[in-house]
Design a protein around this ligand. Structure first.
Ligand code: ZN
Length: 230
């Protein structure tokens, strides 16, 4: 599936950005997302609303924010591992003021489309968990995709700009399909709980979780995408 870049060794970081400009970019993103619904974005105190009324990630209570964030990173880690990519580590920060606060890194060689699948899985899993927890406001999910998935999408676009052939829409569908599997979703939940406790997981930690749910990297098949180059 990947073009001449297939098999090239590469490391792709997950969601966090270390630079100082994120706050301005996030504010601009919130204004762009919420302007479509309510006019100018105005941040307000968090945690005081019923779940179904929460329309922006900035309004999530701390515990919900971190659980959803842990599920975001766990979705990256579990999906990437399940499609056969070698995980380096998954981390979760504990300070809400430092952007999203988690990093998942895989290394190659591998199929670039599979990198796109694990990159897409973060925001998909985050939205799926929020919906299950009662946070179903459509504007919130637009905000999750823009804020939680923005750096991941930028990373996939950076790979595409390097010459890798990537179908982002297909990656999103495949991530959704994988996270719709009850066993894989349970593995995401277990990995997220471990992340909330330990804040740092190795590949062995995630593989052990997958094994308790009888998921191996050989079992997950992504249609039309061949095995990773050896
Ligand atoms: Zn927002």
């Amino acid at each position: 599936m990947a073009g001449d870049g297939a098999g090239r060794v590469g490391t792709v970081a997950g969601t966090s950005e270390g630079d100082a400009g994120w706050r301005e970019r996030d504010d601009a993103t919130h204004r762009a997302v919420h302007g479509q619904f309510l006019g100018p974005w105005t941040p307000t105190p968090t945690g005081a609303e019923e779940p179904e009324a929460v329309w922006c990630t900035s309004r999530l209570a701390d515990d919900v924010y971190w659980q959803a964030g842990a599920v975001h990173e766990a979705s990256h880690a579990v999906v990437g591992t399940a499609v056969g990519l070698p995980l380096l580590h998954a981390t979760l920060e504990s300070d809400r003021s430092v952007r999203i606060g988690g990093v998942v890194s895989f290394t190659g060689p591998g199929d670039a489309q599979l990198f796109a699948v694990w990159l897409a899985a973060g925001a998909v899993g985050q939205s799926q968990w929020l919906c299950a927890a009662g946070y179903g406001h459509p504007e919130l999910h637009r905000c999750v995709r823009a804020i939680g998935g923005g750096a991941d999408r930028a990373e996939a676009e950076r790979l595409a700009a390097q010459g890798f052939i990537i179908d982002l829409q297909r990656a999103h569908l495949d991530a959704s399909r994988l996270l719709g599997d009850p066993g894989l979703w349970a593995a995401v939940g277990q990995t997220a709980r471990l992340l909330l406790t330990r804040r740092h997981l190795t590949s062995a930690d995630v593989v052990a979780v997958l094994e308790t749910h009888r998921i191996t990297t050989q079992q997950v098949w992504t249609p039309d995408i061949g095995p990773a180059d050896g």
